[in-house]
Design a protein around this ligand. Structure first.
Ligand code: HEM
Length: 356
């Protein structure tokens, strides 16, 4: 059966889905078309992101993730990043609408709000935003803003293993951490502690710091030393997890650090790009949140949102609080220059390189 452009893309339905409230209420506002179309394009991009995420989660569902899928997984995550860049840039199009023009129809939107975007919540949950990290707004939980059929889907996505959980499981299974008789982590501890000692000496001796800055640097260094010590001690690490200072399991954290340290080795190149992609996705999501918060501030000042939150203030706070892969960023604290890494035994190096 033949098909034409319009029916393939469902354009009749798509292009008749811009129902302007200002027209319905007989006070046509020119910029409402832009407002609606920008939101609709966001929802289409959200749909595409979920499509990519679901396929990635499908691969990670397996008991053992086939190496042959890794290239595609990384390519799909990198596609998400490109979409996110577009989503961030797209804010500027909406900002061509001035706050005064927005006021022409804003009152007609109550109580509709971005809070009711089920796809946005699905993205957060599929990626693995921890439920107990979510900021409360008003009295209710974020799900209360959604229609009841959406609440079920979004709740299910909160319960199902997320990308964070799946990647954590995959990291825990990393085989290269067992280096036979050579205790990599013992050698690494010595190297990192030497680096901390150098930083400490620099903070004590630097002529460019006043007493307060010096103390602050020394305190941070001491905290990092403590955190690093727990990275080498499963019991201490568990305590940090209980205090919610870290979310990743001990084994997964060690594997992530190992992959970052030896990312030049052929076998670790795709795992490294996977971890980098997750960090970038998290960073881009935060950038979108912040960009959206700035737009809300420009449009609303300190007015409350149509969904009942404190408006721009809530959005700004959520930029910091709603992080997902923050642990991978924290691990960077313990990276060393290549020249200071303890060398790996020949057998491990062999396993990390392609042999022909
Ligand atoms: C004039 C433009 C916009 C303004 C002034 C604005 C304002 C707000 C405010 C104040 C909130 C907090 C909830 C509330 O009390 O309503 C919010 C939430 C949200 N908005 Fe917007 N928004 C705008 C455009 C957009 C666009 C284009 C999107 C794209 C889909 C969007 C998506 C969202 C989402 C997903 C949330 C929930 C965020 C969260 O809880 O972390 N908004 N918005």
């Amino acid at each position: 059966m033949s098909i034409d452009y319009d029916s393939y893309l469902g354009l009749e339905r798509l292009l008749s889905a811009q129902n302007l409230r200002s027209v319905e209420f007989l006070r046509p506002a020119h910029d409402e078309m832009l407002f609606v179309i920008v939101h609709q394009t966001y929802e289409l991009w959200f749909k595409q992101i979920l499509h990519e995420l679901d396929s990635v989660l499908d691969v990670f569902k397996a008991e053992r993730v086939g190496e042959e899928h890794m290239g595609q997984v990384v390519a799909r995550l990198e596609r998400i990043i490109e979409i996110q860049k577009l989503m961030i840039h797209q804010v500027t199009i909406l900002e061509t609408m001035t706050p005064l023009d927005f006021l022409e129809f804003r009152d007609l939107l109550y109580p509709a709000s971005g809070f009711q975007s089920a796809q946005f919540r699905l993205i957060e949950n599929r990626l693995g935003l921890a439920a107990d990290k979510r900021l409360f707004y008003g009295t209710g939980c974020y799900r209360d803003a959604l229609a009841s059929h959406q609440q079920q889907t979004v709740s299910a996505a909160e319960q199902e293993p997320s990308l964070f959980d799946r990647v954590q499981g995959w990291l825990e299974r990393t085989p290269f951490l067992r280096t036979g008789s050579f205790d990599f982590w013992h050698a690494y501890r010595t190297a990192v502690n030497e680096a901390f000692a150098r930083d400490e000496a620099m903070a004590k001796e630097s002529p460019h710091m006043n007493a307060e800055e010096r103390q602050r640097n020394l305190d941070t260094n001491a905290q990092n030393r403590k955190l690093f010590a727990s990275l080498l001690d499963p019991k201490a690490f568990e305590e940090l997890r209980e205090q919610q200072r870290i979310r990743l399991s001990h084994r997964a954290a060690q594997a992530a650090l190992f992959i970052q340290l030896f990312r030049d080795e052929p076998v670790l190149q795709l795992p490294f790009r996977l971890l980098t992609s997750l960090m970038t996705i998290d960073e881009q999501l935060s950038t979108w949140r912040y960009r959206h918060a700035l737009m809300a501030k420009r449009m609303l000042g300190t007015k409350m949102g149509t969904g009942g939150s404190s408006g721009a203030a809530y959005l700004q706070k959520s930029t910091e609080a709603h992080k997902i892969f923050g642990d991978f960023f924290m691990l960077t604290t313990f990276l060393l220059p290549r020249s200071q890494r303890p060398p790996l035994p020949e057998a491990v190096l062999k396993a990390l390189r392609f042999q022909f």
